[in-house]
Design a protein around this ligand. Structure first.
Ligand SMILES: O=C(CO)[C@H](O)[C@H](O)COP(=O)(O)O
Length: 224
């Protein structure tokens, strides 16, 4: 918890008055939203934000962070979000919280994507964490077969007895590919399957990764 919080608070140091900010989703992004909220409340920081999930939007509103409609967004100054895995090239697996589609849309509209993680997420090669793939409910059984033909062990995500439904009304297939040797190729193969909306591989999107450790150390990695 502490490692996530310190990484989040370090990232929030980059948030400046007048910026347009994307707010990520998950237990690490939670700390960033809270830290931004405190700056808004206590120091009158003037920002506008968009959120990557219903959950994060609610939290931001509770903290009094001014939210802007997407219609008014051309480019966000920066987005702060978590990740499930980060490799040496700053490629990511995201979507553990089921928000990958909105997270990718917001990241793609950001000048900078700042990723905040604890050290357990910092890996040599992506793939230990099952890759979340968002698929439409229509004929999802067919989409699942196509995904399996790419060579993964697949589990449809559940919420209790029911299938988990994303904020966009879709399902999540968690796909275990083992070590992902060519993340960019896999990304494209997945997104070529009709029925796949998007997948949790974020290639060449993160500009900075901030890694918090349990002992209070903070490291960062930037894209070369
Ligand atoms: O991609 C995400 C949600 O879709 C999260 O950023 C990711 O799952 C990391 O979550 P946490 O910070 O709780 O470990």
């Amino acid at each position: 918890m502490e490692s996530k919080r310190i990484a989040a608070e370090k990232a929030v140091e980059l948030v400046k008055d007048g910026m347009k900010i994307g707010l990520g989703t998950g237990s690490t992004a939670y700390w960033a939203i809270q830290a931004i909220g405190r700056l808004v409340k206590e120091q009158g920081l003037g920002i506008q934000a968009v959120a990557t999930s219903v959950q994060s939007e609610q939290l931001a509103k509770e903290w009094g962070i001014p939210m802007m409609p997407f219609a008014e967004v051309d480019m966000l100054d920066l987005t702060i979000d978590g990740a499930d895995e980060v490799d040496a090239e700053l490629n990511l697996i995201k979507g553990g919280g089921g928000a990958l589609l909105r997270e990718k849309i917001v990241a793609a509209a950001s000048k900078q994507l700042i990723i905040i993680v604890d050290e357990s997420k910092d890996v040599q090669q992506l793939g230990k964490f099952p890759l979340p793939v968002e698929i439409v409910p229509f004929a999802y059984e067919l989409t699942v077969k196509k995904l399996q033909q790419l060579g993964c062990e697949l589990k449809l995500r559940h919420n209790g007895e029911e299938l988990f439904v994303t904020d966009n009304g879709n399902y999540i297939a968690d796909c275990e590919f083992g070590d992902i040797k060519d993340p960019a190729a896999l990304h494209d193969d997945l997104n070529r399957i009709p029925g796949v909306v998007d997948n949790g591989l974020f290639i060449d999107m993160a500009s900075l990764v901030i890694i918090g450790s349990a002992d209070g150390e903070i490291r960062s990695k930037t894209r070369q």
